[in-house]
Each structure stands twice: as structure tokens, then as C-alpha cells.
Design a protein around this ligand. Structure first.
Ligand code: DGL
Length: 266
């Protein structure tokens, strides 16, 4: 048993989609969340920059007493998970492997599409994990960088979003995928648009799988919180104009306890 919080970080507030699922599965855990909104987006930046930011974010969460770290950002997980795991003494999980395992459980044809930021897709992280688990599976990656700003803008049900989504997803449709992995924090919010374009395939949003994996790991390591009713503290490196409105959309509840913090000189 351990009363310390679980630390979760993302490049911004998109990672609150992961926190939402963690809170459903583990309602008694305290969570400290860091959104690096001052340095967002991560998905268009270099590998070196994202490794540096990820280490700094992790150190911040550890300074707040984190007993376990969840990297909720797919771009960070793609390029920095191994390095963060080697550099810190608390356990760390990312968001890629849990989604890959789920996709492999449900695909019937073995043709799986993955969409994410440019960094995530071009890093090859998904292919590597798929190959480690199942080398027969066909993985078709597609970078979809425009989805992040569209979601940030709240254009979830907008004609322009549908047009862009068609242009990104139709090649995957033509490739006859039967499962699509949403490899970015922002993409679950566009599920309705994706289903308009491809309604006869499986979709994998790893958030729930990540929550389930965290629950198993806390139990295995004897780190579960003993009390009732976990708190959520949110730290952001910048408070943008509409962060609260967008954040609540991701989180599915009111953002009550938030403050600004400086990381890495920002
Ligand atoms: N959180 C990022 C991810 O999941 C998306 C936003 C960004 O590019 O920073 O890859």
C-alpha cells in the first residue's frame, strides 16, 4: 500500500483522455498530472527535444512524490519511454504497448492501421512493438498531424475535419485494414468522424488498456492506495485562453484543482 500519487504527463491537456480512464478504473488513486502546454506540440519536434522534455517532466512528477509514472503522450512514449525507464527509480509505463496488445487480440485479418503524430509514426515505435509480439501482422502507419490542431480548436463536428479525415483515412480503407489504433491523445475525440468514414472496422483507444495495466502493476508491486476517493491535481506549464474548456472535454469532468508551473526554464 502506498498513499503517494500516480504521476501522469503529456505534452498538453490531451493526456486527460488517459486520466479519465484511469479515474474510472482506479477511483481511489491520487493523480498528479503535468501537461507541458508551453512546449506543445511534441509531435512535430525532434527526438532529442522530446527526450529532454520527457526527462524534465518525469523529474517534476517525482518531486511531487509520484510512486509510478504513466507517459500519456504517444509522441513521448515513441521516443523516450526506454530512456525515462532507465533514468528513474520508480516504475514507468507508456501508451503504445497496451494498445498494440489489444489490437492483436481483436484483429481477424492481421491488417492493422495506426494513426498518430508525425513523430510517433516516423519513429517506427509501433512497428517495433508489433514485431516483438507478432511478426505476421501487417502494420500500416499514417501520420495525421492536422488532427491535433483541429481538436484543440474544438472542430470535432466540422466539415473541414471530415474532409481532412477522409484524405488521411481513405488510403487505409483501400488497404483493407480491419482494426485502427488511435495512436495520439487527441484522436479519441474524433471517433464519430472516423466512424463516418470507416464504420465496419475495430477501433482501439489505448486509454482503457493503460488504466487496466496500471491497476495490474500497482497491485503486483503492492503500491495501491489504501484510502477512498482519489484527488486529481493538474499542473500546466502554460494556461492558454481556452485550456479549461478543452481540458474538460478530454477529462469528462470539471477541472477543479489546477495551477501553472515552470519546467525547463519555460
Ligand atoms: N500528446 C501528443 C501525442 O499523443 C499530441 C499532441 C502533440 O503533438 O504534442 O502524441
Amino acid at each position: 500500500m502506498n498513499k503517494n500519487p500516480v504521476g501522469v504527463f503529456d505534452s498538453g491537456i490531451g493526456g486527460l483522455t488517459v486520466v479519465k480512464e484511469i479515474r474510472k478504473i482506479l477511483p481511489n488513486e491520487n493523480i498528479v498530472y503535468l501537461g507541458d502546454t508551453a512546449r506543445l506540440p511534441y509531435g512535430t519536434k525532434s527526438v532529442d527535444a522530446i527526450i529532454k522534455f520527457s526527462l524534465e517532466n518525469t523529474q517534476f512528477l517525482i518531486s511531487r512524490g509520484a510512486k509510478f509514472i504513466v507517459i500519456a503522450c504517444y509522441s513521448s512514449t515513441s521516443v523516450a519511454l526506454d530512456i525515462v525507464q532507465k533514468n528513474i527509480s520508480v516504475p514507468v509505463i507508456g501508451v503504445i504497448k497496451p494498445g498494440v496488445k489489444r489490437a492483436l487480440e481483436i484483429t481477424k485479418t492481421g491488417r492493422v492501421g495506426v494513426i498518430g503524430t508525425s513523430l510517433t509514426i516516423y519513429s517506427g515505435a509501433y512497428e517495433k512493438i508489433f514485431r516483438e509480439i507478432d511478426d505476421q501482422c501487417q502494420v500500416l502507419g499514417k501520420a495525421c498531424p492536422l488532427f491535433v490542431p483541429l481538436v484543440e480548436e474544438g472542430w470535432l463536428d466540422h466539415g473541414a475535419t471530415e474532409l481532412i479525415a477522409r484524405s488521411y483515412l481513405e488510403p487505409l480503407k483501400d488497404d483493407n485494414i480491419d482494426t485502427l489504433l488511435l495512436g495520439c491523445t487527441h484522436f479519441p475525440l474524433l471517433m464519430d468522424v472516423f466512424k463516418e468514414i470507416m464504420d465496419d472496422i475495430n477501433y482501439v483507444d489505448a486509454s482503457r488498456e493503460v488504466g487496466l495495466k496500471l491497476a495490474r502493476e500497482l497491485k503486483r508491486l503492492g503500491l495501491e492506495h489504501p484510502g477512498k476517493g482519489g484527488n486529481l491535481s493538474i499542473y500546466l506549464t502554460d494556461l492558454s485562453m481556452n485550456f479549461k474548456e478543452i481540458g474538460e472535454r478530454f477529462l469528462g469532468e470539471k477541472m477543479k484543482n489546477f495551477s501553472r508551473v515552470s519546467i525547463g526554464g519555460k
